[in-house]
Design a protein around this ligand. Structure first.
Ligand code: BG6
Length: 478
């Protein structure tokens, strides 16, 4: 047994949980032509979706949100983060015609959360790009789609801007195009590094344009807008300069490409040089760069699960292959690393502290919070006790270790305002579907998707109430 230590959380520290629209709501009331990119992928290439589960029913949140919000209340979540499904919010993307049925549902969810003292946090895109815009315009490769996103955002702000304080443009904007166009491991398996870069840029531009719009609208006075990023804390294999350089390159291509424009209002100069060198520079105008410069975020949400480890390449890049940033690095599999054996991800709570110090030192100590962190576990039902409650002590330990690192970062001056667990309930992940369970609340697929609180839900409830928790004391983060 580890020795434990009592930790105290700041009084106003947000302690909540997250989900997204497409991962929870299901297709009830969805109209023809309202597929999102994820819906389309599921329809076109179902074989890769674990056990055939996907967005079609998901957790059926659309029909069961009242029940779920009662569970949120019972746990005492201060905040709940989810998204609005762009593909479903409109019936006509060009003219931003609102789907009144879906919009009413979103309105009810927001009202119900507020009535139960759970503050809503709303994200405008958690991969829910309308499939029609991918087919007709190439998705985020198109500047026109950026403008359509701004039109959609305007309708959303008009409807809920009086009630919602926390707004975000994207969740993990780097992910879809990296899996699809860079690594080509997901449908529609179309490798194109330049397209990858264009999507990155247009999402950065879309964030700035939506912020510009946000500032011009009569919303709640205390309303704030940010974006939710997943920069990976990237550790080089060694102190040798070639390994250090590999980590720096990874950071430029995957982290700074979103962090810098969102927070500092500009792209790193070196990134432009690298893009030119490899002929992948995104199309842009000076006017757009000015919009990015003038419209930075109020705060950022950071999704952080595991460390990223890289080393210099041992084998030279294949000159015939299209350019990939891996030209400059290879993944490094560190011997002896602590693993979450149920998911295959390394566990290294130091990432919380290191990310916090980076935001403090390199990004002006901007306000931020953990927007996702959590532990995925396969076959979790095997941990049920006689009463049928999943005894997820491993999750309690995981959260405590990560929260401890965060508290120590705050003591060292980090401007971190909260922790949002992934996830409120088990849900459907891209492709992995219900394989890795993340929730405080179990979704029982064998029994009509019934909900049961796990042991961690009761533990989290006590943490939120007492603002204290005990954590293993075998590491001090610095
Ligand atoms: C996060 C995503 O990075 O990973 C979530 O934002 C996703 O949408 C989560 O559900 C877990 O993914 P997986 O593959 O472990 O089930």
């Amino acid at each position: 047994m580890n020795e434990t230590i009592e930790m105290k959380l700041p009084k106003d520290f947000m302690l909540g949980a997250a989900l997204s629209a497409w991962q929870s709501e299901g297709w009830t009331d969805k109209k023809e032509g309202q597929d999102s990119f994820l819906d389309k992928w599921y329809k076109e290439f179902k074989t890769v979706w674990h056990n055939g589960y996907g967005p079609a029913v998901a957790t059926d949140f659309y029909n069961r949100y009242q029940e779920d919000i009662q569970h949120m209340k019972e746990i005492g979540l201060t905040h709940f983060r989810t998204s609005i499904n762009w593909a479903r919010f409109l019936t006509d993307y060009e003219n931003a015609v609102v789907d009144e049925t879906y919009a009413a549902y979103i309105g009810h969810v927001i009202d119900e959360l507020i009535a139960n003292d759970v503050e809503p946090m709303i994200c405008l895109e958690h991969y829910e790009l309308p499939a029609a815009l991918l087919e007709q315009h190439g998705g985020w490769g198109s500047r026109h789609v950026v403008d359509l996103f701004v039109k959609y955002a305007e309708k959303v702000f008009e409807r809920y801007g009086d009630r919602v304080k926390h707004w975000f443009t994207f969740n993990e904007p780097v992910v879809v195009q990296t899996r699809v166009y860079l690594d080509a491991i997901r449908w529609p398996f179309e490798q194109n590094t330049k397209t990858w870069m264009q999507w990155n840029y247009h999402k950065g531009l879309a964030t700035a344009k939506v912020i510009e719009l946000f500032k011009s609208m009569p919303l709640r006075e205390d309303a704030k807008i940010g974006t939710i990023l997943n920069p990976e804390v990237t550790y080089p294999r060694s102190s040798a300069s070639h390994d250090q350089e590999a980590a720096r390159m990874y950071d430029l291509f995957f982290n700074r490409i979103f962090l810098d424009p969102a927070i500092k209002g500009e792209y790193p100069k070196e990134l432009f040089e690298l893009m030119d060198k490899h002929d992948i520079t995104f199309d842009h105008t000076e006017e757009e760069l000015a919009i990015i410069r003038e419209n930075t975020v109020d705060y950022v949400g950071i999704n952080l699960y595991f460390p990223n480890r890289v080393k210099a390449r041992d084998i030279a890049w294949n000159p015939e292959a299209p350019f990939h940033p891996a030209y400059y690095y290879e993944k490094f599999d560190m011997p002896g690393k602590k693993m979450n054996p149920h998911r295959g991800w390394e566990i290294y709570p130091q990432i919380m502290f290191d990310m916090a110090m980076r935001l403090k030192e390199e990004y002006g100590n901007i306000e931020w919070f953990i927007a996702e962190n959590g532990m995925g576990v396969e076959n979790e039902a095997r941990f049920k006790n006689e009463e049928g409650v999943i005894q997820d002590d491993y999750r309690i330990e995981f959260i405590s270790e990560h929260l401890k690192a965060l508290v120590e970062a705050i003591e060292a001056g980090a401007n971190c305002k909260g922790y949002m667990l992934w996830a409120f309930s088990d849900n459907v992940s891209p492709m992995n579907a219900f394989k890795n369970r993340y929730g405080l609340v179990e979704i029982n697929l064998e029994d009509n998707r019934n909900r049961t609180l796990k042991k961690s839900a009761y533990w989290y409830r006590d943490v939120i109430k007492s603002r204290t928790f005990s954590a293993p004391n075998d590491e001090i983060y610095k």
